[in-house]
Design a protein around this ligand. Sequence first.
Ligand code: FES
Length: 111
Amino acid sequence: MERICHIDDVLPGSSIGFRYSSYGKDDIFLVNKSGKIYAYRNSCPHWPGSTLPMRRGQYLDGESRYIVCHGHGALFEIDTGVCIHGPCLGEKLTALSIEIDKDGNVFIVNA
Ligand code: FES
């Protein structure tokens, strides 16, 4: 289990990416939806291995309602990772398990 950030690093309605492996780009990301943190692999099910954001850390649409892939505009539910619009409709982002300790440190359990 590896600490990746503090809960204050990802405020409600925001997202943040991390380089977890030695791969050159951010390969995991966190989203805070109403105080609950979700973690996913930064890989679009439309073209596995394709990263989602156009700019670093920007995984959400303008209203912070959905995770968006800038490749071809797929939208994913934040809490399920299911694609609800776009070319991979019904497919899911790969969710990761996290733990948050009493001091607010966020750990990836499986990646
Ligand atoms: S690569 Fe994500 S929608 Fe096409």
